[in-house]
Structures are given as C-alpha cells and as structure tokens.
Design a protein around this ligand. Structure first.
Ligand code: HEM
Length: 530
C-alpha cells in the first residue's frame, strides 16, 4: 500500500486534470472535425428545407437532446466543493485505516451538501435535514462518510425508506408541495411512525434551517466499527463541528431568502472559496466499546439514537478544509456518487438495519442515475489507487484491460491481480446467531426518551422556534385526524410543546396542559409561554 503522504491534497486535482479540456483553438465536432460554420444549418437553398445530410446539425442536436440524467431520488438539490482532510491525532490505537492514523497527512476530499426532499432546482433554505457527504480519496481506496446535519434518522429499518420518501416528496396526484414537508402525507406517515419522534424534533428545530454550509454540524449517524492491528474492535460515531460555530436562519428569513435568492447557501460557499477563503470543520469521534454500550438504555445499532456526549465525549482528531470550487458542476457535483459501503481496511459496519439497507441502495441507484455499471470510472468517482480486478465491459466502459486473462484463479498470467490476505479488507468476525424473523429488538423500543432529552437541551427561544415550526407545519395539514394524531405524538415528548401547538391550531387543550412538565430545567418559564 502506498504511503498516505503520497496523495497530498493536489493529487485528486491532478487526476481530474487528465480529463479536463480547456477551451481554445478551432471549433470541432465530437470526432475532431473542424467546423466552418456553426450558425447555419445545411439547406437546399438559403430559403430551402434543412437537409438530413447535415451531420454537424444532427450531432449537435442529438447531444443536446440527451444532456439530462435522472436527478437523485433524494438529496437532488446539492452543492459541492473540493478540499482536504488533515488528521491531527492518530487513532492507530483503534484502527489500521491510514486516513485515521497518519498525523499531518492531507487526504483529498470532495464534499456535497444537500437538502433531502426538493428537486434539483429547488431553493436552498426550506426546513429540511441537510446532507453532508464527504468523499475521501485515501491510498487504501475511497472512504465515503455519507452523513447528515442531524445525528439521528427518521426510521430504524431500511425497508421503511421508500415509504418515508414517498410521504415527504410532493404528493403524487398534483406534485404539491415542491420542497417542503408541510403537507398531509408526510405528517400522516410520521404520526403513524413513532420511531421518527426524535428526528422530527431535530427537523423542527433551528438546525433544519442552517445559515450556511459552514455553520452546520455533520454526523455519520450510524455507529461504525474500527479495528486495530491486533484485531480489537472499538465502536465509533463520527462528527463534523463547524469552526465558525452553529448558526441558523429564522423561519421568516428562510422563507424570504427562498424567494429572493434560491441559491443562497450555494452562492455563499462559491463566493467564499472564489475570494480565496475556506470552509472548515473539526473532525470528532466518540469512541466506545460494546461492553460499555451494553449498560445503556438504548442500542448503539439504533439510528434513531445519539450517544449522549455526557456518556462519551467527542474527541477532536482532525479537520476538514474546503478550498476549491468545482470546474464543472455536472462532472463533479452532479456525477459524484457516494456510498456508505465505501469503507477502507480497519473499518467495518455494524448491524444497524438502516445502514445494512443503505449499503445496497446507493450502489443500486447509481446504476440508473449514472447509466450502467461503469460509473466508478467517472473522473470524480475514481479512486487514486487504480482498480485492479477482473470486472470487464458493460455500457460506456473506458478502461482498457490488456491480455487474455479476466478471471481468477489462473495460471496463464502470473501478473494478474490476486487477493491480499494481510492488507485486504476483512469483515470483522462478529459472533452471529439467531432465528430468522421479521422483528424489531426490544432494545429499539423507546421512541420518546431521547426526543425529550433534545427538548430539555434547548434554550427557551429555541423551544419557542420549535413550537412555531410545528404550528406552521401542522397548520398546513388539511386532514384533522392527522393533526390530532401528531399532537398525540408530541404530547408524549412534552405536554408544553403539545399544548402550545394545539392552542395555535385552534384545537382543544391537551390533557397534559396542566401537568407539571417533569424533567425540564425551566418549566415555569415554559408554562408562561402558553
Ligand atoms: C442520498 C438512499 C438513509 C444521507 C441518497 C440516495 C439514495 C439514498 C438512493 C441518492 C444517491 C444518489 O443518487 O447518488 C437511502 C436509504 C436510506 C438512507 C435507502 C435508509 C435506508 C440516509 C441516512 C443518511 C443519508 C441515514 C445520513 C446518515 C444521504 C446523503 C445523500 C443521500 C447525504 C446525498 C449524497 C450526495 O450528496 O450525493 N440516499 N438513504 N441517507 N443520502 Fe440516503
């Protein structure tokens, strides 16, 4: 394996340059033929009909006709930038992954920020979770940390993802609303999915309307495994902490900006980098063992749960700097393809049923979005370590693999690639046994505790914003029984929250309205808000 010091941040830039064509010289068609006139098609006389013979016209129109590719099924609206990741503290005690062990080495990265629900051309500032996807071009292959700006997710099992997304996307009969969760189908699904309560609290908080990309946090969400040279496992949660601190818009600003400058977040990042500035985050890890986690009242495999920092502090071990705009939006930001299954030796997955499903879904979706099995060859997606294997052919294959041998084992080509039992990726031998069932473990069953923990962590003004967000969202729900079902759900989190929202919606006061809101730090102040 090459030393990590080889791929300095410019390594990916140089790699991309191999495919970069700078404009200049004579105008040609795609086959390199010089063109004499690009303004007039070939006609039978100046007034005559256009001739089918005009191969320049046909090629130009043909290419234009096929310029569009399907947008991402979720996270279609996004903005990207290049940069580097620098490790400041070695995690060699926990992992053999070079990207996390070689202090001072700078690994090239490409990062894409996104909203979840809106179309590719939708505004930057709706209330929504933001995607925070980081591609590391490491010497051991690509590592993708495909995270969000919330540390938890709406559902516990991948089998529910298509339902979640169908509910949040515009309603299928009239394609309304374009980029907002404020509609009946979303809240219907959420009210019937109690496991979503914790993430809904994050989504209704100010965190879901970040001021800029570099004032939001990022989270890997799932717990992953790290494995060290002795084969010892440590569990890990990943964090990005913005150096500028956490800042949000207020809802009124977010709505006005959506009208005045739908590219607000994108433009800010572009202009910052264009002016020579950078965007920067600290990289943090929460490290813990399975023995430690066994004592907790939640499951580390459950993606609707955080590991509270009171239990395991976040340790800062690196930084991420974004400092270069893409040269071409389509070739970089649109064609980039992230996959949570892209991990490197020294890392492994956990049994989190959401992560397990994601590991299928991203590979699968690239096939239709990027047109076949060779999307890994696209310049932005290819690793700095050239792939060596016996995969061949397929639509748009561009690699040229010489020789007659495309299989393993073989005795005819001693130079062909072979597995490396020492350095190659090995799944950690976790002891597994069980009865084949479609069931959720008991350890995944508390949907309220951490939702309440989140509410309790907020300041009064943050609570007020959160109440108002629920009021706005549920006021847009036309079906009364859905509004009432949601009130029932949030009443389980906190009676003050439910009462505030119920009163604003003109619904009867909640039973819990007069109840003492146990566990909050400033309940008198809260009740006064009513
Ligand atoms: C994008 C599936 C959960 C973060 C996507 C895409 C799919 C998908 C199909 C489009 C990818 C593309 O076209 O390139 C799923 C499934 C999930 C799930 C099946 C659950 C079972 C999550 C979670 C997170 C997340 C929990 C955060 C930890 C993202 C991000 C993107 C994305 C950031 C955009 C990547 C980019 O910028 O290109 N997801 N997702 N997803 N997903 Fe998920």
């Amino acid at each position: 394996t090459p030393a990590l010091t080889d791929p300095q941040p410019n390594a990916k830039r140089q790699d991309l340059q191999a495919d970069t064509v700078n404009p200049g010289g004579t105008l040609t068609d795609n086959m390199g033929h010089a063109i004499s006139d690009d303004q007039n098609s070939l006609k039978a006389g100046a007034l005559g009909p256009t001739l089918l013979e005009d191969h320049f016209l046909r090629e130009k129109l043909h290419h234009f006709d096929h310029e569009r590719i399907p947008e991402r099924v979720v996270h279609a609206r996004g903005s990207g930038a290049h940069g580097y990741f620098e490790l400041t503290r070695s995690l060699a005690e926990y992992t053999t992954a070079q990207v996390l062990t070689e202090v001072g080495a700078q690994t090239p990265t490409f990062v894409r920020f996104s909203t979840v629900a809106g179309f590719r051309g939708s505004p930057d500032t709706p209330r929504d979770i933001r995607g925070f996807a980081v591609k590391f071009y490491t010497p051991q292959g690509i590592w993708d940390l495909v995270g969000n700006n919330a540390p938890v997710f709406f559902i516990q099992d991948a089998i529910k993802f298509p339902d979640l997304v169908h509910s949040v996307k515009p309603e299928p009969h009239n394609e309304i609303p374009q980029a907002s969760a404020a509609h009946d189908t979303f809240w219907d699904f959420i009210s019937l999915t109690p496991e979503s309560l914790h993430t809904i609290m994050w989504a209704m908080s100010d965190r879901a309307i970040p001021r800029s990309f570099d004032t939001m946090e990022g989270f890997g969400v799932h717990t992953f495994r790290l494995i060290n040279a002795e084969g010892k496992v440590t569990l890990v949660k990943y964090h990005w902490k913005p150096v500028l601190g956490l800042h949000s818009l207020v809802w009124d600003e977010a709505q006005k900006i959506a009208g005045k400058d739908p590219d607000y977040n994108r433009r800010l990042m572009w202009d910052t980098i264009d002016a020579g500035g950078t965007l920067e985050w600290q990289f943090g890890v929460q490290l813990f063992t399975e023995e430690q986690a066994a004592g907790w009242d939640f499951d580390f495999r459950d993606p609707t749960k955080i590991v509270p920092e009171a239990l395991v502090p976040v340790e800062i071990v690196g930084r991420l700097v974004l400092n270069r705009n893409p040269d071409n939006f389509f070739s970089e930001t649109e064609q980039v393809a992230f996959m949570p299954s892209n991990i490197v030796p020294g890392m492994d997955f956990t049994e989190d049923p959401l992560l397990q499903g994601r590991n299928f879904s991203y590979l699968d979706t690239q096939f239709s979005r990027l047109g076949g099995p060779n999307w890994q060859e696209l310049p932005i997606n290819r690793p700095l370590t050239p792939p060596q294997n016996n995969q061949r052919d397929g639509h748009m294959r561009r690699t040229i693999n010489p020789g007659r041998v495309s299989y393993y084992p073989n005795s005819l080509d001693t130079g062909s690639p072979t597995p490396d039992p020492q350095e190659g990726f090995r799944s950690h031998p976790v002891m597994m046994s069980g009865v084949k069932v479609r069931e959720r473990p008991e350890s995944f069953s508390d949907h309220v505790g951490q939702a309440r923990l989140f509410w309790n962590s907020l300041t009064p003004i943050e609570r007020e914003h959160l109440c108002r967000a629920f009021q706005f969202e549920l006021a847009n729900v036309e079906t009364r029984h859905v509004r009432l079902a949601m009130l029932d759900q949030i009443e389980r989190v906190h009676p003050v929250l439910a009462s505030q929202v119920a009163i604003a919606l003109g619904e009867p006061p909640r039973a819990g309205q007069t109840a003492k809101p146990g566990g909050t730090q400033d309940s008198a102040e809260e009740m006064a808000l009513l």
